[in-house]
Design a protein around this ligand. Structure first.
Ligand code: ZN
Length: 311
């Protein structure tokens, strides 16, 4: 059986047909044009599903498509998009509307949670019933899976790990609160922290016009004073969140995705060391298992395609 995954982004609708090994065998994408409104975007999602279906039929004529999943950048509950700010959607019954047009069961999932599903079904947390994933990008996305199901909450807002308040920070989060994990541990956060350390007078050898998170981490590895300070703050706060999650959920594994996760052992050894210290029952838990994600850009499509098994 094949499944279709659609990753609904603010700019593009990216779709793929995924086989039972988690391989994306057919892809396509069309512009979202969110400003044209829900009905117009729905029409393009239907168009994309039909294009993918036709392509799959040509290349894999004996295979059926039994599910469609949509990864949504916002709050979803029971097939309804409660709120997706970038798309200007509020309370739209996307699953019902899409099903009426394509006649294949449709599931909706938050896009960050979709990445956790991809990792759990085929990647870094495969075979583990309980896992927590952080995606470190512009923001921090979260995905929590307990007993093989995603934790979506009573209102669809669970797993928002990026907006858990850690402690007061020198700047506020886009969500309006102060001290959110994403202001410390996102790619954006580590760059801001680095700039803050330079302003405070810490030495740095980085001479770039545009500094990316990777530059800060690479410089920290080389011992750059301001970069080391920023890296310590970033890992302190993420490790704190991880150890809190152990106290709350005691998952089998933590998965870290997003560009920052390519930092390798330098990042993962530090997180394990720091998180291990703050776990209440550390003599029982030991060093938490923290591993890098295995999927990159495809995670959204693969996770959306298989979301029906997890919602
Ligand atoms: Zn926030």
């Amino acid at each position: 059986m094949l499944k279709i995954g659609i990753d609904i982004g603010g700019t593009n609708l990216a779709g793929g047909v995924v086989d039972d090994q988690g391989k994306v065998i057919v892809t396509d994408s069309i512009p979202t044009k969110a400003d044209e409104g829900y009905e117009a975007v729905l029409g393009r999602i239907i168009q994309l599903v039909n294009i993918l279906r036709e392509k799959a039929k040509e290349e894999y004529p004996d295979q059926q498509i039994d599910a469609v999943g949509c990864g949504v950048p916002g709050i979803v509950k029971n097939g309804v998009v409660i709120n997706a700010v970038n798309l200007h959607w509020k309370n739209v019954p996307l699953a019902k509307d899409l099903y009426a047009a394509v006649h294949i069961p449709v599931t909706l999932i938050n896009d960050a949670t979709a990445a956790a599903v991809a990792e759990n079904r085929f990647g870094a947390s495969k075979g583990k019933d309980d896992s927590v994933m952080y995606t470190l990008g512009t923001g921090v996305g979260g995905g929590i899976i307990v007993n093989g199901k995603v934790v979506n909450g009573a209102h669809g807002v669970a797993s928002e790990l990026g907006h858990v308040i850690q402690e007061p920070n020198f700047y506020s989060c886009n969500c309006g609160k102060n001290g959110c994990l994403e202001t410390y541990s996102s790619a954006t956060g580590i760059v801001k922290q680095y700039e803050h350390e330079v302003e405070k007078g810490l030495k740095t050898d980085l001479e770039l016009e545009e500094i990316a998170a990777k530059d800060v981490i690479d410089a920290a590895r080389e011992g750059d004073e301001a970069a080391v300070a920023a890296f310590e703050v970033m890992t302190d706060q993420l490790a704190k969140n991880i150890s809190n999650m152990v106290d709350i959920l005691d998952p089998e594994v933590f998965v870290i995705g997003g560009g920052v996760s390519h930092a390798g052992d330098f990042l993962f050894d530090k997180l394990k060391e720091k998180a291990g210290k703050n776990i209440t029952f550390k003599e029982v838990v030991g060093i938490p298992e923290i591993v890098p994600a295995q999927f990159g850009n495809d995670a959204g499509i693969i996770g959306a395609a298989y979301s029906g098994e997890y919602v």
